[in-house]
Design a binder for this molecule. Structure first.
Ligand code: PEP
Ligand code: MG
Length: 590
């Protein structure tokens, strides 16, 4: 058959991880599993539909049995296998099967629709029961129903680790659990319908240096499996089925971008100081242990943010104390003599543990997230605190609490830490009794009382991702409001200034570990506002160092003073664009 020339499609999304990549599309089922449209059946079709439903049940059962067998062969523990057994039991559940068949028969609707209807009723029933165990079972039912739905729709159940040849992953949505499984050689880039610049999926892409564009809205409908795709993660441009000449243009751009990255290594061993001698500490953000070598290679002077929640993801149980100690020690030893700031569990928001009882919340970003979750689940919290403390015996560890919104929360978190210290002391286990304690300033209420907070901590670090989310009221994973993510917003600048002034007045170290720190033009402002530590992904370290080495601190302070009177983000941006190029020239690669 002659080759059909495919239509060229140009799309624009939010470029969240720089770089250019060209490859074949690999479409994945992720995010909302929407059943095929509602279908009203002819009475003669219902028997066929019931048969189709039964076949999907059978296929699901066979898949689960295969997974169980593989787990047994791999020597996976009983607990893991019990989960599969529980799912197999649900598949036999009469209520689920009979009710679905009844809906197909009585309402004459397609099996997908009938199954979704039954699931909805079941979930409403479970929601009314206030029992953690039962609630956990309801999540199992949801998982298994999704499996049956995927089989009904003839789709494939897949995990990122199934990808066997290099490809560009395309999905409606990807969870941080997915991105954590990505390997650089196999996933050339990824594209999603939804998402924003500071979603954890985007942050992971930058850490892994995988070009990515999110918020494309309809990429899953426009691209087909195997299509050739160009991804420009810097500009957010995506081209489906490009012509040969366009591919050539992008290959040249890719080469320029790679040369630019290599040239930056010139700055690796140079001190990070302004032309008038102000020293700024550049640290690394990390999610998974594998990132540490790249951070060291790019000259990180320590870890400014270790997002420990990734230790808890992609597994069916919780890490025990020894696992915590092992993971932290490894990092601390590699980083020595530089410090490692370990942030306690920040679960919730856009990161969930499937095996922990986390009630479904209407607004998870404002729900039982981070320190709130830990204070409610003190066993989980205590295990981590003990792990962090024990690792502090092996190097310079600092602990940091996320999402602190007031003094009481801070004091309660510190009381748990003291309790963990007392326990370890009684058990004769070693730890650094003077381990520094810090908090993230990412909730506006904490920013406003930063002058009080700094009296009770050793350091603070501004989490600009959440600070912007909460102060500008923009969901960080929602592509529809992504345009409101404005680090130059006068409110944001004023908050940062308030926090920095409070810390500097008290002589407490103040840093930024949100994504703003890794963008040279924003880093310039942070310098001018008096921040002394910036923490970011590996690639950004040398770009930001290059900026800091080309500007003067006194100039940055003057510019910051001038912009505090401006009324809009646009005015601030224009002012910076006017002043900054004279001080520093960023190279272009696109
Ligand atoms: C932040 O909110 O800026 C931050 C660094 O934490 P996270 O992105 O993990 O929420
Ligand atoms: Mg945060």
């Amino acid at each position: 058959m002659a080759d059909v020339k495919k239509q060229v499609i140009l799309m624009k999304g939010i470029g969240v991880s720089s770089g250019i990549t060209i490859g074949k599309a690999y479409l994945m089922d992720r995010g909302a599993i929407e059943p095929a449209q509602f279908c009203y059946l002819d009475v003669r079709e219902t028997d066929n539909e019931i048969e189709r439903f039964k076949n999907a049940l059978k296929a699901s059962r066979e898949q689960l049995l295969r997974i169980k067998k593989k787990m047994e062969q791999d020597g996976k523990g009983k607990e893991h296998i019990r989960i599969i057994d529980a799912h197999l039991m649900i598949l036999k559940d009469n209520m689920l099967i009979n009710d679905t068949i009844n809906v197909i028969k009585k309402e004459r609707v397609n099996a997908e629709w009938a199954l979704k209807t039954v699931l909805k009723d079941l979930m409403e029933y479970f929601d009314k029961i206030d029992d953690a165990y039962i609630k956990e079972r309801s999540m199992d039912i949801e998982h298994i129903v999704n499996r049956v739905l995927i089989n009904l729709m003839g789709r494939k159940h897949e995990s990122i680790s199934d990808i066997k040849s290099p490809a560009i992953v395309i999905a409606h949505d990807l969870a941080p659990t997915d991105t954590a499984q990505m390997t650089k050689g196999m996933v050339l880039g990824f594209l999603t319908d939804v998402g924003g610049r500071t979603s954890h999926t985007a942050i992971m892409a930058r850490s892994l240096e995988i070009p990515a564009v999110v918020g494309l809205e309809t990429i899953t409908r426009k691209a087909e499996m195997g299509d050739t795709i160009i991804v420009d993660g810097t500009t957010g441009t995506v081209i489906i089925n490009p012509s040969e000449s366009v591919i050539e243009v992008y290959k040249r751009r890719r080469e320029r971008y790679e040369n630019y990255g290599r040239a930056l290594f010139h700055y690796k061993d140079l001190p990070c100081e302004t032309t008038d001698g102000k020293r700024i500490k550049l640290m690394g953000n990390m999610e998974i242990v594998e990132e540490i070598d790249s951070l060291i290679e790019h000259g990180a002077e320590g870890i400014g943010l270790y997002r420990t929640e990734f230790l808890y993801l992609n597994r069916k149980d919780l890490p025990n104390e020894e696992e915590h100690v092992k993971a932290y020690r490894q990092i601390v030893k590699k980083m020595a003599p530089n410090p490692v700031i370990i942030r306690t569990l920040d679960i919730g928001g856009d990161k969930f543990l499937s095996h922990v009882d986390m009630a479904k919340e209407i607004n998870p970003a404002m729900g039982l997230r981070a320190i709130r979750f830990c204070l409610k689940n003190s066993d989980i919290f205590k295990t981590q605190l003990r792990g962090i403390l024990r690792a502090s015996a092996n190097g310079k560890v600092k602990i940091m609490f996320p999402m602190i919104s007031g003094m009481e929360e801070l004091r309660r978190a510190k009381a748990h830490l003291e309790e963990a210290k007392a326990e370890l002391k009684a058990e004769g286990k070693h730890f650094d009794p003077n381990m520094e304690v810090g908090v993230m300033i990412e909730v506006p209420s904490a920013a406003i009382i930063a002058d009080l907070i700094v009296k009770e901590v050793n350091f603070i670090s501004i989490g600009t991702n959440d600070l912007l989310q909460y102060s500008l009221a923009i969901d960080r994973v929602n592509e529809h409001v992504a345009y409101l993510y404005e680090p130059y917003h006068p409110a944001v600048l004023r908050i940062i200034k308030t926090v920095a002034d409070a810390a500097n007045k008290a002589g407490v170290s103040v840093g930024v570990c949100g994504e703003m720190a890794g963008e040279p033009e924003y880093a310039f402002l942070l310098l001018g506002f008096g921040l002394d530590q910036l923490s970011m992904n590996a690639f950004s370290i040398l770009r930001v160092k290059r900026l800091i080495r080309s500007v003067s601190y006194s100039e940055a302070r003057k510019i910051c003073k001038a912009i505090t009177g401006l009324a809009t983000a646009k005015e601030v941006e224009n002012y910076i664009n006017l002043k900054l190029p004279g001080l520093y020239k960023e190279e272009f690669w696109s």
